[in-house]
Design a protein around this ligand. Structure first.
Ligand SMILES: Cc1ncc(COP(=O)(O)O)c(C=O)c1O
Length: 335
């Protein structure tokens, strides 16, 4: 890497390094590969999740620019929104969240508990809108208000997935490289949920820098393989340019078979994965992202597609979203 990560503005938000742990009871239950988990659900910012890593770089840059207001966008139960709200509180910034109803779920539990409850508790202003067109309109209004009031606002896209945000996952790959050097298995395959692609792109650029030779299995949770490939392909060149990075990115396989009916709608395999991890390992996944990524891993271990060696599940957080699905989970899982 011609340009080291230390070169970029950064503010400390996450508890790092996150633990890397074996999952012996899950591995035994599936009877195949040794399965390990990278615990980015434990990054510690309003309980944790992958956005803490991205926000360290995004808000580091924002603070350097003299920003006093951070605005971002996400679905109603966005984990990114919750972690942005927490980071803003910690840094003394005003936080405005624009939350389009992109998931076919409604009702008091979905709209008031889980991440939404935490967003409010963390002091963010919530602007729930109906669709993408209303997002643009709401952003225009918030930016005009900020200007009129003499505030300096920054808008972060959904998931914080700019090349600056993705630096958080370049750093994460380097962190895993150190854990491998310290004796952990050199995982040949790693499963990770893909929403807005910043996590995947960061890992894909960071892994070769860490001399970690891996196939990244990007499990699609927000659309089909074509959409996620296009999003990632759009992020990789600016991210590599930012780092003056000449190495090839890691190999990526996009796995589109575990999306179910769409973003935010758990499939049967999602619920099986959530329950299996909870009951074998006391490990909480979520019904939107990690449940789907783990469903893909489970399928691949059962069918032999995961190969022979140890496989890594990159836990990106999100279990706060479980509460928003209370009735659905109770009914589907007979809880
Ligand atoms: C829990 C969780 N996992 C995975 C992701 C996907 O990360 P990315 O948007 O960087 O692809 C997100 C956010 O979008 C998330 O909240």
């Amino acid at each position: 890497m011609a340009r080291p990560l230390d070169d970029f503005p950064r503010t400390t938000l996450a508890h790092l390094p996150t633990p890397l742990e074996p999952l012996p009871r899950l591995s035994a239950a599936l009877g195949g590969n040794e399965i390990w988990v990278k615990r980015d659900d434990c990054t510690g910012l309003a309980t944790g999740g992958n956005k803490a890593r991205k926000l360290e770089f995004l808000l580091g840059a924002a603070l350097e620019d003299g920003v006093d207001t951070v605005i971002t966008i996400g679905g109603v139960q966005s984990n990114h929104a919750r972690q942005t709200a927490a980071a803003a509180a910690r840094l003394g910034l005003r936080c405005q969240l624009v939350l389009p109803r992109v998931v076919p779920r409604s009702g008091p539990t979905y709209e008031n508990s889980g991440n939404v409850l935490l967003d409010r508790l963390l002091g963010a202003e919530l602007h729930v809108v109906e669709n993408e067109a209303e997002v643009a309109e709401c952003l225009r209004k918030l930016l005009a208000e900020a200007e009129a009031e003499g505030r300096r606002a920054v808008v972060h896209p959904p998931g914080g997935s700019t090349e600056i945000g993705a630096l958080g996952y370049v750093n994460a790959a380097l962190e895993l490289g150190e854990q491998i050097q310290g004796g952990a298995p050199a995982f040949e395959r790693c499963y990770v949920a893909v929403g807005t692609s910043g996590t995947l792109a960061g890992l894909a650029v960071g892994a070769p820098l860490a001399s970690w030779s891996v196939e990244l299995v990007g499990v699609c949770v927000a659309g089909d393989e074509t959409k996620h490939r296009a999003d990632t392909d759009a992020l990789l060149p600016p991210l590599r340019a930012l780092l003056d990075q000449a190495h090839e990115s890691s190999e990526i396989r996009y796995e589109g078979g575990f999306l179910g009916e769409g973003y935010g709608v758990p499939a049967e395999s999602t619920l099986e994965a959530v329950r299996l991890c909870a009951t074998t390992e006391g490990l909480l996944l979520d019904p939107v992202y990690t449940g789907k990524a783990m469903a893909a891993l489970i399928h691949d271990v059962r069918t032999g597609r995961a190969g022979d060696g140890p496989v890594l599940f990159w836990h990106t957080g999100g279990s706060q979203g479980l509460y928003a699905y209370r009735e659905e989970l109770e009914e589907a899982m007979d809880l």
